[in-house]
Design a protein around this ligand. Structure first.
Ligand code: MG
Length: 250
């Protein structure tokens, strides 16, 4: 199991492996995350989103509990949509509440980080193309999602894709607790065992539609309990063995 992040040291941006409070710089996190020998104290670095996705492919309605809550039948195949790279935000960054919306929701999600370019991957081979997992918040302008009838605007505002803090490799993603806390109060609580389409099936399905590239992410869907955030709220996505992603709305 490795814990890999992306860091900013006075404008110099690099990837590194985290071990306690030390960070070992790595030059090629996707092909061979071998430490270069340069190390830093975590406290001297700003932690950025752990990768720079060319695209974030998101899955709608992928938890049994969330489908039940909405009174909807589970879908027969994954329903997917995109968030643009420009929506990316890092751990601790602000989520900017857009003027266009009156209702902005959190959605706690497990994110898959792609490690190698792939296309038409059989589900059983998906682990070969997955670098690891991180936490995501699929921030959504719920009023605009309903108003527009399609999801591009509601999902794509700048800062609507918080990711992080780190990519965790070598874990089994199929039985992890996932929770969301709003100002310290629990609002979502589930387990990835409730995913309708598992991580391998998602990589396979999406790769039959589009080529996946290193650093691309797949947001696997949110469990029951989605709800609104207000300016000033602190929101935390917690995934067992993966970490805690905290952001504040402004
Ligand atoms: Mg979502």
């Amino acid at each position: 199991m490795l814990k890999m992040g992306r860091f900013d040291l006075g404008g110099e941006i690099f990837y590194g492996l985290v071990d306690g409070s030390r960070v070992s710089r790595v030059e090629d996190p996707f092909r061979s995350p071998v430490p270069s020998g340069r190390t830093y104290g975590l406290e001297e670095l700003k932690v950025l989103a752990p990768c720079e996705p060319g695209k974030a492919v998101c899955v709608g309605l992928n938890y049994r509990d969330h489908a039940l809550e909405l009174g909807l039948e589970p879908p027969e195949e994954p329903v997917i949509f995109l968030k643009p790279a420009s929506a990316l935000a890092g751990p601790g960054d602000f989520i900017e509440y857009p003027d266009m919306s009156r209702r902005v929701d959190y959605e706690a999600e497990l994110a898959i980080v792609i490690g190698a370019r792939c296309k038409n991957v059989p589900a059983g081979d998906a682990p070969e193309y997955i670098l690891g997992y991180t936490c995501a918040n699929d921030v959504t302008a719920r009023d605009l999602q309903a108003k527009d009838g399609q999801w591009t605007r509601s999902k794509s505002f700048d800062t609507f894709l918080p990711l992080g803090p780190y990519i965790i490799t070598g874990i089994n993603p199929d039985r992890l607790d996932i929770s969301l806390y709003l100002n310290g109060e629990i609002r979502q609580k589930s387990n990835t065992s409730n995913l309708i389409f598992k991580t391998g099936e998602l990589v396979s399905f999406i790769s039959r539609v589009m080529t996946l590239e290193p650093g691309d992410v797949i947001l696997t869907g949110t469990p029951a309990g989605v709800g609104p955030m207000q300016k000033g709220d602190r929101v935390e996505v917690v995934v067992e063995s993966v970490g805690t992603l905290a952001n504040t709305v402004r």
